[in-house]
Design a binder for this molecule. Structure first.
Ligand code: CU
Length: 485
């Protein structure tokens, strides 16, 4: 009964799952064998993105756009995806938040095959679970800010589980992005939403060595347009919007609001949360998704965008325009409330069962992780340690099939890190000692000098990459492989 439609022309351009012709000249395909038609073809190639008429950037994207198309898949129905790489370097297409084998997950560390330069590869995967997932390049970028997650290689994949997500009049997919990354010695951290915590993991003795170069940006967009450019989101009073948000940044965590409106958060990382809640703004670590319902009950012309004025002025926003309104787009600062995942969960202690299908009462084993930064100093890069070592580790993290694990993440650094575990879902249990249950995620922001505890069941045999979703942190050590015994 829900009417799914897209708000604007530029979003509509992303609505159709592409089924491009498969045969391409010069592509090495086995001769003689009949070529099955892929359900999706993803062509990796240079694209231009017109953020606004005065800022057209060159990057790498999928199927001629950045972000790539919104792919809609049916939960549990296998699909074949042809990935064509029209660039000069090997590529990997990763499916973030899906429970799929390492061979198709799209990371070199897990052993997924690379898509060779000017080559192609076919992958078959069974999309699950239902909800808002996304795809992106998972190659290492190191000091090349035109590779991996710095490029336009990202997009939504929505896995339809057949459940009614509630009534809505318009469905929007909004990816928050920064562009034209550069190295900087003066990183003005915008992820300070987590600075107000109890600093449980702050070391008694601080490392005062000077930091190395970090990655910054002064160019932002939602999807492929800067604020004020492109079509507004056109609405009518009384409509309900279902907005799928994604922080597709390789660099930063972000806070977003829609001026004049509250948003009802219904899902975190695509998974319905036990307690939907109205909020004035949302906070997303790099890689995280939030689904929200917004009632259009405050006619006017408003800005949906970053809560930080300079970031909005550099493009991170989109105009929301009620029919018949003709004012200038307005911004109103939302109340400053620290982001707290636990308000979307159930009361921690008594919530015994999780909704990821596991038996939370069975015996658990604990995996302790400690994150540290080795400051790089002037002109160099910081190195990031997991349990005292940068990647690769040896056999530190070995899982037993069927066992429920309690993963403790201790962040002894002055950054908030969005930590992601591939091919598994985890249940958030604690943020800075505050307990919760029932929140199922694949990425969690471990606060500045803080601690997060999650639980997951080892039920996805094979290698699984655990890493910070900030590309530079991952590239310079902040990752580890979980393996099965
Ligand atoms: Cu990080």
């Amino acid at each position: 009964m829900a009417a799914a439609q897209l708000a604007s022309g530029r979003l509509a351009a992303h609505a159709e799952a592409p089924t491009l012709a498969v045969a391409q000249q010069g592509m090495a395909m086995p001769s003689g064998a009949p070529e099955p038609k892929a359900d999706y073809t993803m062509r990796i190639a240079p694209v231009t993105v017109e953020l606004d008429p005065s800022h057209i950037l060159s990057t790498i994207g999928y199927n001629g756009t950045a972000p790539g198309p919104v792919l809609r898949m049916r939960e549990g129905k296998p699909v074949t995806v042809d990935v064509i790489n029209d660039t000069d370097t090997p590529e990997l297409l990763h499916w973030h938040g899906m429970l799929i084998p390492p061979e198709v997950d799209g990371t070199e560390e897990e052993g997924s095959p690379l898509v060779p330069p000017h080559g192609r590869r076919s992958f078959t995967l069974t999309p699950r679970p239902a909800g808002s997932r996304w795809y992106h390049s998972h190659v290492m970028a190191m000091d090349d800010l035109h590779k991996g997650a710095y490029t336009g290689q990202f997009g939504f994949v929505y896995v339809d589980g057949g459940n009614d997500p509630g009534q809505y009049d318009q469905e929007l997919f909004l990816a928050v992005r920064d562009w034209d990354a550069f190295f900087t010695a003066n990183m003005d951290d915008d992820d300070d939403d987590t600075h107000n915590g109890p600093l449980l993991e702050k070391p008694a003795v601080m490392n005062t060595e000077p930091d190395g170069l970090e990655v910054g940006s002064t160019t932002y967009s939602i999807n492929d347009k800067a604020l004020g450019s492109g079509d507004p989101i056109r609405v009518r009073e009384g409509q309900r919007l279902l907005i799928h948000f994604l922080n597709a940044s390789a660099i930063e965590n972000r806070r977003i609001a829609l001026a004049g409106h509250k948003m009802k958060v219904i899902a975190l990382d695509g998974n319905q949360c036990p307690t939907p809640r109205m909020v004035d703004s949302i906070f997303m670590g790099a890689g995280e998704r939030i689904d929200a319902i917004v009632e259009m009950n405050h006619p006017g012309i408003w800005i949906l965008g970053s809560t930080e004025k300079p970031i909005r002025e550099m493009g991170l926003g989109v105009v929301v325009e009620y029919a018949g309104q003709h004012t200038q787009p307005q911004w109103i600062d939302p109340p400053k409330e620290p982001w707290d995942y636990t308000i979307f969960g159930t009361g921690g202690e008594k919530a015994a069962s999780s909704n990821d299908g596991s038996d939370a009462t069975s015996a658990k084993e604990t995996i302790e992780t400690i994150f540290e930064k080795v400051p790089g100093g002037a002109g160099k890069f910081n190195v990031w340690l997991v349990n005292g070592k940068p990647y690769p580790h040896d056999r530190e993290f070995v899982l037993k099939q069927g066992t429920r694990y309690r993963l403790v993440m201790r962040n002894r650094t002055d950054d908030a890190h969005p930590m992601h575990l591939h091919r598994h879902l985890w249940e958030l249990k604690e943020i800075n000692d505050k307990k919760t249950a029932g929140i199922i995620k694949d990425t969690v922001v471990v606060p500045y000098y803080g601690r997060a505890v999650v639980e997951f069941t080892a039920d996805q045999p094979g290698l699984a990459l655990f890493h910070c979703h900030i590309q530079q942190h991952m590239d310079y050590g902040f990752k580890a492989l979980f393996r099965y015994a």
